[in-house]
Design a protein around this ligand. Structure first.
Ligand code: GDP
Ligand code: MG
Length: 150
């Protein structure tokens, strides 16, 4: 089953949006398989955002992500990678559609509340970067027949 990595960034934690984010993903029908709050080390932040290391915002992004606790999670479900990106909305909250998490709660690209893996391969490497195998639970919710046809 497909998995993705979702992180509520320090601004989302400070603003009390952890429950909102979890609720939106749960209500959609995705399954939570890993969850933890942590303060991110510089090393982890730089690895996570390595693809952006030449960008002008890289330094401020790493400083921001390491500035306070984040809530990291892993979610499972059919098409969860792309679907979670849709629920999250566009990178800039000002242009993100209403109804998305960024569209409903943010106004600034440097305070866009949440991260979600952008592709299946990225999701696999981000899950492995942030979680040990033993921190993840493989389980099948008993309501599965009410979410999936087969
Ligand atoms: P995402 O996949 O939608 O999160 O966006 P990207 O992978 O392109 O960028 C990673 C993160 O870097 C974004 O979520 C923003 O927090 C930040 N970011 C991206 N572009 C900019 C920018 O132009 N300025 C600033 N300050 N931050 C940016
Ligand atoms: Mg990205």
């Amino acid at each position: 089953m497909e998995r993705t990595f979702i992180m509520v960034k320090p601004d989302g934690v400070q603003r009390g949006l952890v429950g909102e984010v979890i609720q939106r993903l749960e209500c959609k029908g995705f399954t939570l398989v890993g969850l933890k709050q942590l303060t991110v080390s510089r090393e982890l932040a730089e690895s996570h955002y390595a693809v952006h290391k030449e960008r002008p915002f890289f330094k401020s992004l790493v400083e921001f992500i390491t500035s306070g606790p984040v809530v990291a999670s892993v979610w499972e479900g059919d098409g969860v990678v792309a679907s979670a990106r849709k629920l999250i909305g566009a990178t800039n909250p000002l242009t993100a559609e209403p109804g998305t998490i960024r569209g409903d709660f943010g106004v600034s690209i440097g305070r866009n509340l949440i991260h979600g893996s952008d592709a299946i391969e990225t999701a696999q490497s981000e899950v492995a970067l942030w979680f040990e195998d033993g921190e993840l639970s493989s389980w099948k919710p008993s309501i599965t027949p009410w979410i999936y046809e087969d």
